[in-house]
Design a protein around this ligand. Structure first.
Ligand code: ADP
Ligand code: MG
Length: 729
């Protein structure tokens, strides 16, 4: 059996970096060549049609059928000239990944011929057979139809001769069945709420955009070794494997030079990303061996999220060209760092102001503080919801494991902003401020130093950190669709901004001056949300104790975390913001519970199989060799000599026997636990059963397998080891 492992290793040794052909000299020469972006729309569309699309994107107006026909005509001309033969509606179902169903452009022409066609209705709407996408019971199979509808705010693009049209995915009864629909709704909610608040400071603001800059972490493993690890293929992570004697102790991977073969992969990937108009910018080695990161320049959130999904797809394809497999799992290897996807998030106005950038004068700084403080309050009130939006089976291995943020939501602000908030808390009192106090406060507000834009004041252990001109939500997992976290965050902030405006207006109504009303409400919010602020070491034991004292949630249980989504408060908030209806929330919780159960079920099956047909036979084989050896020793040596010679061997034989028996017994128990859990009707109870009764066996069984790996003859071991997966390149 071990032959597979050695064959794979031989393959790897023969590898040479794959040469990459560059498109042009300058990226700017081919950037976006495969995207139907504004310059191309301008060229291919009538003035009228161009304006219709721009209005739809900038102001949310709808595009009527006549206009859609015109847009489709122009888009078709461009797509055919660019070599496209097929089109697909491209959407984000509630799975890990995106979905597409390709249709050729051809329709029947005259006299048995075909012609290429793209009508407005083909562009606007499609009806994929939706019955096999998760819906959490929203769409019973008898009403299996769902439809996809064009999202003009994200431009169409061409991949592999297929014109991809970004769409939302909705059931016939109107419920969202995807990530994009509620994301667009949440973005509209935060736009409305934030615009109203901005107008307190500047009447010229008519739109607020949310921005996202994601940082995608991933592992690369040679494809041959990957193929020899059924657990990696089927579950995305290693379910067994003793840690290598050396891994990340020497910190010698982070930011070190990139191996040539990996570098070629990155170059190739970047070229393809640029053609698709994805502004990837930063690449580097990460902390763990074979771990890397890719980050673009931030963009409008909906587009940025589409781009993240496109990049993940591209990475899988291009990795194969370079004989790598890319791993997006949050924890592919035990004992070394896992992967996350920091979500850098901010809001900016159509007047060009980043609302999370400290301004240059007291007025703009008061606006900055208004947004920071309201964000803190939103975070404080919605900690459970935000945790639920990032927690899932793979991410439980990472959160709270001393490498990623803990499973406690808190916010880091840094010294300067913290000082400002403390000062405001003390300065504003519930009576009218004296003119001196006002001046002092304004002076102080005007004095937010520029150093906060510096990288000096950084805290890597915080799940939600202010980093000078944005918040960085770090608890998001590497395999996640960013929308899950961004729907929760933007809805929470929108909800809080609405409340803020109501409170300020009430004070103004009661005769308080506007600035003072804002101060008073902000002070209240600072006090109310104080417990969510934490600038210390988030990995420490003391923080866990302190967080418990503050009453902050600390959860790594997925089914428990999901309960937060059901709370009356959350249902009301999502309803009021028009982001998710109670039925949609219910559906989503079901989908998440089911995903959780299935992921553990699959891991448990794969581990059971590998343990039974790879590991146990290997253990027995080696044990038999040892027994054979002992028998022969007995034949050759005197009793006394035999006793001393065989001692170590007998011990090994017993040790192997112990582990093999334990593995066999535990696999049997685990299978039985699965059988019992599978009979449970309720998805919620089933998820709890999988968590409590099945999941613990994964670590239990692994323990014995990893011990065996250490003592069994290396020549017999069937699976590539950590030292090979992580270091042979
Ligand atoms: P670091 O690893 O130091 O956090 P990176 O440069 O790897 O920083 O990634 C930072 C990400 O944050 C990039 O995608 C960057 O474009 C993005 N970003 C920078 N400013 C903003 C902003 N105002 N709003 C949202 N994202 C931002
Ligand atoms: Mg970062």
């Amino acid at each position: 059996m071990a032959q597979f492992r050695f064959k794979a290793l031989e393959e790897v040794l023969k590898r040479k970096p794959v040469e990459v052909k560059r498109e042009e000299n300058l990226v700017s020469d081919f950037y976006g060549m495969m995207v139907f972006d504004r310059p191309k729309m301008k060229k291919y569309l009538s003035k009228e049609a161009f304006k219709a699309v721009v209005d739809a994107v900038d102001h949310g107006t709808t595009i009527d059928r006549k206009m859609a026909d015109q847009v489709a005509q122009g888009m078709k001309s461009w797509a055919l000239e660019s070599g496209a033969t097929h089109l697909t509606h491209w959407f984000h179902p509630l799975t890990d990944g995106t979905a597409e169903k390709h249709d050729a452009f051809i329709v029947h022409g005259e006299n048995g011929t075909v012609v290429e066609s793209l009508s407005g209705s083909m562009l606007s709407q499609q009806e994929p057979d939706a019955s096999s996408f998760p819906s959490g019971g929203i769409r019973q199979t008898f009403e299996a139809r769902g439809y996809t509808a064009w999202d003009p705010s994200s431009p169409a693009f061409i991949v592999d001769n297929t014109l991809c049209i970004p769409t939302v995915f909705i059931s016939y009864t109107g419920e969202a069945l995807d990530y994009k629909t509620p994301l667009l709704r949440a973005l509209a909610a935060v736009d409305n709420a934030a615009t109203e608040v901005c107008q307190m400071f500047d009447k010229n603001v008519t739109k607020v955009n949310a921005n996202l800059g994601w940082e995608q972490e991933y592992f690369l493993v040679d494809e041959a070794l990957f193929m020899a690890r059924p657990d990696l293929i089927l579950t995305g992570r290693t379910l067994m494997g003793h840690s290598a004697s050396k891994d990340q102790q020497l910190d010698d991977h982070y930011f070190s030079s990139i191996p040539t073969r990996v570098f070629r992969f990155m170059e190739d990937l970047e070229n393809e990303a640029y053609k698709l108009g994805i502004p990837v910018k930063t690449r580097h080695n990460e902390v763990a061996p074979n771990q890397f990161e890719l980050a673009p320049i931030y963009e409008e959130l909906n587009l940025a999220n589409d781009h993240n999904q496109m990049v993940m797809d591209l990475m899988k394809k291009i990795a194969r060209r370079h004989n790598f497999a890319v791993l997006f799992h949050e924890k592919p290897f035990a004992g070394i760092n896992g992967s996350g996807k920091h979500n850098n998030w901010s809001l900016s106005t159509d007047t060009g102001v980043n609302l999370y950038s400290p301004g240059k004068n007291p007025k703009s700084n008061l606006q900055f503080l208004t947004f920071v403080i309201n964000t803190l309050k939103a975070l404080y009130v919605n900690q459970d919801l935000l945790l639920a939006s990032v927690l899932n089976a793979p991410n439980t291995h990472r959160l709270g494991a001393n490498e990623a943020p803990p499973a406690i939501i808190s916010a880091f602000l840094g010294t300067e902003v913290s000082k400002m908030l403390d000062m405001m808390e003390e300065a504003v009192v519930d009576r009218k401020m004296t003119p001196d106090e006002k001046t002092a406060l304004k002076l102080n507000i005007g004095r937010i130093p520029e150093i906060i834009l510096d990288n000096t004041d950084r805290n890597r252990t915080s799940p939600f950190a202010f980093t000078g001109n944005r918040f960085e939500f770090r608890a998001v997992g590497s395999s996640a669709n960013c929308a899950a976290a961004m729907i929760a965050l933007n809805t929470a902030v929108a909800d809080q901004l609405v409340k803020f405006k109501i409170d300020v207006d009430a004070l103004i109504e009661a005769g308080v001056k506007k600035d003072e009303a804002i101060f008073q409400v902000l002070k209240k919010l600072i006090i109310e949300s104080k417990d969510i602020r934490f600038d210390g070491n988030g990995y420490s034991e003391e923080w866990k104790i302190e967080a418990a004292r503050r009453g902050l949630t600390n959860l790594t249980s997925v089914p428990t975390a999901l309960e937060a989504l059901h709370s009356k408060r959350v249902i009301e908030m999502y309803g009021k913001a028009g982001v998710l209806s109670p039925r949609e929330i219910e559906g989503r919780v079901e989908v998440e519970l089911e995903k959780y159960t299935k992921k553990i079920q699959i891991e448990s099956r794969v581990l059971g199989d590998l343990a039974s047909n790879h590991i146990v036979p290997t253990g027995i084989e080696y044990q038999t060799m040892l027994l054979e050896n002992v028998k022969n020793l007995k034949l050759v040596f005197s009793n006394e000599e035999f006793n001393s010679l065989s001692e170590g061997r007998l011990e090994l034989i017993r040790e192997i026997g112990g582990h093999v028996s334990a593995i066999k017994a535990k696999v049997k128990e685990m299978t039985e636990a699965r059988r019992v859990a599978n009979m449970i009707e309720s998805e919620k109870e089933k998820a709890y059963a999988y968590e409590a009764k099945v999941r613990p066996y994964l670590d239990d069984i692994r323990y014995h397998i990893d011990k065996l790996e250490l003592i069994v003859d290396n020549e017999l071991w069937p699976l590539p080891k950590y030292r090979e997966l992580l270091f042979v390149k």
